[in-house]
Ligand binder design. Structure first.
Ligand SMILES: [Zn+2]
Length: 363
């Protein structure tokens, strides 16, 4: 096109009245110019996008992978850890932050209930045999009980039977006998008064708890004796000979030696190899492994909340998260627990609740 033609093409002579042809020509020109500019801008952005010199950072790649992974997981209900695929992702905390939680309302008096309640010379027992059952009716043939009055909290009789069945499986018939389980407050009163009469108050306190302060009142405690010794009126079980197995393996069934050697300063009691307390498998493992007492264990758990639970790893699938929730004295306490996991809530008997939750190995 020469200049004259271009001029003719583009310019309309506005000194004349516009004909219909002129009007169409203007519209056509506007449309053409718009299309041309649009095309230029489009091609320019396309070119910029393709030749972008920066490659995405590894973090960006990880995020993309992570979102793809999580989409795949969501669709397949998979529970694989993304960290195995993309090492740049933050790994799940060793202590675990729970994926989903829910709330359980606990009344204030429930602080005094549960398998981790601490009963000692400082903290009295507030329950008195409400859940106790006679062992005579539920025990297996692996051990004896002195009489029908020997009773225990119903929730722990299975663990006790399993423990002593496993013992009997290895060593056969034995003289193993349970002399005492739950002891009522009034029984304890009698026992303490008799002991004071015999040896005086100061010495009596080393061996026998004051009424209300006996751990036997919880129903989570047993005293072993040996059949041939019952007539002598005192406990001769000392955890030696074949019975060493019982003392060494008690923690696997949720029991601890409550008054161990060398911890008199903490427990307030001399070593009692016959006195076992049920605290559940997680606490029993930790207390035994790290040579603690129940006092020291509760003290430790109180330093852990739900955001920083204590991980207890007893090997295999036996892993737990444990943490503490202080109780509200005037109202209910909202205890947050992991949703979908097995957990137990126990009072500590003086200030709050201890949550022991199974660690879901798969998730
Ligand atoms: Zn005892």
């Amino acid at each position: 096109m020469d200049k004259e033609k271009i001029k003719k093409f583009l310019i309309v002579d506005f000194s004349k009245r516009l004909t219909l042809g002129d009007q169409l020509k203007i519209m056509f020109e506007i449309l053409f110019v718009s299309w041309f500019l649009f095309t230029i801008v489009y091609l320019f952005t396309l070119f910029r996008g393709n030749s972008k010199p920066d490659t995405p950072s590894s973090a960006e790649v990880s995020q993309v992978q992570a979102s793809e992974i999580s989409q795949v997981q969501a669709s397949e209900q998979s529970v694989e850890q993304p960290s195995e695929v993309s090492p740049d992702l933050p790994k799940p905390s060793e202590n675990g932050i729970f994926k989903e939680t829910e709330t359980v309302n606990m009344k204030y008096d429930e602080v005094n209930k549960g398998e981790l309640i601490l009963v000692n010379k400082q903290y009295p027992c507030h329950t008195d045999g409400e859940d106790a059952v006679s062992l005579m009716g539920v025990k297996t043939d692996s051990y004896m009980v002195t009489d029908y009055n020997v009773s225990l909290n119903e929730s722990i009789t299975d663990a006790l039977n399993q423990w002593l069945d496993d013992f009997a499986e290895i060593y056969g018939e034995s003289e193993l006998m349970i002399a005492c389980g739950y002891r009522s407050r009034s029984n304890q009163e009698e026992l303490f008064e008799n002991e004071v009469d015999d040896v005086g108050e100061e010495e009596a306190e080393r061996w026998v708890a004051r009424p209300g302060y006996s751990e036997h009142q919880t129903g989570y405690v047993i005293d072993f004796t040996l059949y041939n010794d019952i007539e002598q009126g005192s406990l001769k079980y000392d955890g030696t000979d074949i019975y060493e197995w019982i003392n060494e393996n008690c923690y696997k069934y949720g029991f601890i030696i409550r008054y161990p050697e060398g911890k008199e300063e903490v427990t307030g009691y001399s070593y009692e190899p016959w006195h076992f307390r049920y605290v559940g498998m997680a606490a029993a493992y930790y207390i035994t492994e790290y040579k603690l007492t129940l006092e020291e264990y509760i003290d430790l758990i109180q330093k852990h909340d739900i955001n920083d639970p204590l991980l207890i790893d007893a090997g295999g699938e036996n892993k737990w998260h444990c943490y503490y929730v202080p109780a509200n004295e005037n109202t209910e306490t909202y205890v947050t627990v992991p949703k979908g996991s097995n957990y137990k809530i126990s009072g500590d008997n003086f200030s709050g609740f201890i949550v022991t939750a199974d660690v879901d190995i798969k998730g």
